[in-house]
Ligand binder design. Structure first.
Ligand SMILES: [Fe+2]
Length: 178
């Protein structure tokens, strides 16, 4: 009589990481005090260190001097998560799904704006086409955050905003960053 070997307690899965997986990763990473402290900080501008994200995701440790921010953008078809490890960040976002492509300006309806204050240990995940702007509004304190995206960022779409009018300014592709 043959006996099947016991199943391993945890089976390796090759499924794409979910928003929850990415949020879990950024939370665990932000708790690594040594890693967070290893990020070089520059009072003149943001600093980045690339990390190995789970399941082939793209991850970054980012330092934000006071007053810096991203401008409005989205991550096209990638989902993601980010979490503040140190200091505080503000996220302004749109609770609206924008048409994917083929437009240049959009008039936003009233009431689509959201804002979140992400103090140390707080983060969020987001789905595809999440339009946001992230800022360190502190006048004194540097912020550090951890970010993860899946699929690894194929495109970043950058927008300008005047009142309720959102205008697509630029689409960045990986080859533009090299
Ligand atoms: Fe972003």
């Amino acid at each position: 009589m043959s006996v099947s070997p016991p199943l391993p307690a945890a089976t390796a899965v090759s499924a794409a990481p979910t928003q929850a997986d990415l949020l879990d990763f950024v939370r665990r990473t932000a708790a690594d005090a040594e890693l967070i402290a290893s990020l070089p900080l520059d009072p003149e501008g943001r600093t980045w260190v690339r990390l190995e994200g789970p399941g082939g995701s793209e991850a970054w440790l980012i330092g934000w001097p006071p007053g810096t921010g991203t401008g409005w953008h989205d991550h096209a078809d990638s989902v993601g998560a980010f979490l503040t490890a140190r200091g505080g960040l503000k996220e302004y976002s749109l609770a609206a799904r924008l048409p994917t492509d083929g437009w240049k300006t959009l008039e936003l309806t009233e009431g689509v704006d959201r804002e979140r204050t992400l103090t140390a240990g707080r983060g969020r995940s987001f789905g595809r086409h999440h339009v946001h702007e992230v800022l360190n509004e502190s006048t004194e304190e540097h912020a550090v955050s951890v970010h993860a995206y899946y699929p690894p960022l194929p495109r970043i779409r950058r927008y300008s905003r005047t009142g309720q009018v959102l205008r697509l300014e630029q689409v960045e592709r990986p080859e533009d960053w090299q």
